[in-house]
Write a protein that binds this ligand. Structure first.
Ligand SMILES: NC(=O)c1ccc[n+]([C@@H]2O[C@H](COP(=O)([O-])OP(=O)(O)OC[C@H]3O[C@@H](n4cnc5c(N)ncnc54)[C@H](OP(=O)(O)O)[C@@H]3O)[C@@H](O)[C@H]2O)c1
Length: 258
């Protein structure tokens, strides 16, 4: 039986200083993993997180990088190897939402959302997979999708990107399986993070409607995601690849009139 452990695994987490990325990084660190925590623009927040996690400093490397930039993606891999010598797991968690609905969305906004949520995770996974193949000891790649990847909402680019990453995950799993590299996606339902703060703080109509069709009748806290990330990062999931795990409180099983 494989152990539910991530001890000594080297894990890259993008979007690691906020929301679900932060919660997952904390859980991984508490279980003995070495974590490269990637953030993008909010240095003040990242410094606060670094201070909060000061007891884990030997096991963490905080890195400012924009995953949409090819040279930054290369730097993520380079610094991980310099610091921890190997890469076992990539958590492609970083994401941005679209501000406008379909009819109002500009091409610039579409490109930005597709870049961060679809293109960048694919190309980061590519260079991480190349390294994992060289290492010859397998690995795990975890891509973040969304319930919006399963069912259209209002923002076309976000939905398209999140649907795309589920299919890209299957393609990667097909290609990398023979190297012992597993690739899976996670589709969160509504989690109370920065991304949707306006909605849950103000209990907007959209937020209330989404909660009302969620079986558990509530939104999740960010740390309710960490267990699924740890599961997919650990060898406990050694026969799980090419799949998507919904962590949505029962949003997708909604039955009208429930
Ligand atoms: N929250 C939800 O209800 C929900 C539901 C379904 C799916 N999801 C998905 O779950 C994942 C995590 O969401 P979250 O709500 O926890 O996010 P969040 O709290 O909004 O945090 C997003 C993180 O992504 C980083 N980031 C953004 N653009 C980046 C870039 N170009 N390069 C590197 N890092 C970048 C941010 O860094 P800086 O702040 O430093 O810029 C931040 O750390 C996302 O993929 C999201 O689409 C979320």
């Amino acid at each position: 039986m494989n152990a539910y452990t991530v001890e000594d695994k080297v894990v890259i987490v993008t979007g690691a200083t906020k929301g679900m990325g932060l919660a997952s990084s904390k859980q991984l660190l508490s279980m003995g993993a070495k974590v490269v925590m990637v953030y993008c623009s909010d240095t003040e927040n990242a410094e606060r997180v670094k201070e909060e996690l000061k007891e884990s400093h030997a096991h963490l490397h905080l890195l400012k990088a924009d995953i949409t930039q090819p040279q930054d993606r290369k730097r993520i891999v380079k610094e991980t190897l310099e610091k921890f010598s190997t890469i076992d797991v990539l958590v492609n968690n970083a994401g941005v939402s679209s501000k406008a609905g379909f009819l109002k969305e500009s091409e610039e906004e579409y490109d930005r959302v597709l870049d961060v949520n679809l293109k960048a995770p694919i190309f980061l996974a590519k260079i991480v997979a190349e390294q994992m193949i060289k290492q010859q000891k397998g690995g795990s790649i975890i891509n973040f999708s969304s319930i919006c990847g399963h069912r259209g909402s209002l923002g076309i680019s976000y939905d398209a990107a999140k649907a795309g990453i589920i299919r890209a995950t299957q393609s990667m799993a097909n290609k990398l399986g023979k190297h012992g590299i597993r690739v899976n996606s996670i589709s969160p339902g509504i989690h109370k993070t920065e991304m949707n703060r306006y909605h849950w703080e103000n209990e907007t109509d959209i937020f209330q409607n989404m909660v009302s069709v969620t079986a558990l009748k509530r939104a999740a806290q960010a740390d309710e995601m960490a267990g699924t990330v740890v599961y997919l990062a650990s060898d406990q999931s050694s026969y799980t690849t090419g799949t998507d795990i919904l962590v949505d409180g029962g949003y997708m099983c909604h039955f009208p009139g429930r």
